[in-house]
Design a protein around this ligand. Sequence first.
Ligand code: AMP
Length: 215
Amino acid sequence: MLIILLGAPGAGKGTIARMLVEKFGIVQISTGDMLRQAVNEGTPVGKKALEFMNSGKLVPDDVIMALIEERIAQPDCAQGFIFDGFPRTIPQAHALESLLTKKNMTVNAIINLEVPEEVVLKRLTSRRTCSNPHCQAIYNIYTMPPKKEGICDKCGSSLIQRDDETEEAIKVRLETYYEKTQPLIDYYCKHKAYFAVSSLDAHETFNAIVKRLQK
Ligand code: AMP
């Protein structure tokens, strides 16, 4: 199974992707998580990406495509995968199409998570992320707080507010989304695998997606 999750920053792509991973036993491919790991490990990709990420801008398409091509060739992707935060630009969507054609793969679902902007803003500023690069669990101080304040329920590491989740960076990320990523909705909406779901409550959104996928 191959799924593409679309939606603004804070639309819930990470949360929904993790729920789908559990349900279908496939792999989550989050370019954001991969880049943050590269930054933490100080790799050449991480060094290149850091400035773009901290200012809320997109990392260049060629860097992203190299990451994706390498990732989907790994054995754990054989059962399928969910792209979370990729593609983010029209050139990335074109490059993905060529890559999938080359690999004889087809997309089963392209899901657009729809959320009003004021909800996105509140979600992003109240989000906390596990600092452990191998965990990266997501919490929300209002709607999904950890059992112990500031500590990850899953691995016990400290929770942090990401550098790109300051009000300033969030503003740039949303502008970037409208300019570069939202055009993907027009690009994909005629695809037979495309559908949109409201993403206000994670469980309701997840159930709606599963129902649609099992049709
Ligand atoms: P995310 O966690 O998906 O919001 O990603 C965090 C940051 O990583 C974004 O603001 C971008 O700087 C960068 N990033 C993640 N995925 C992509 C992508 N597909 N294309 C370009 N930049 C990306």
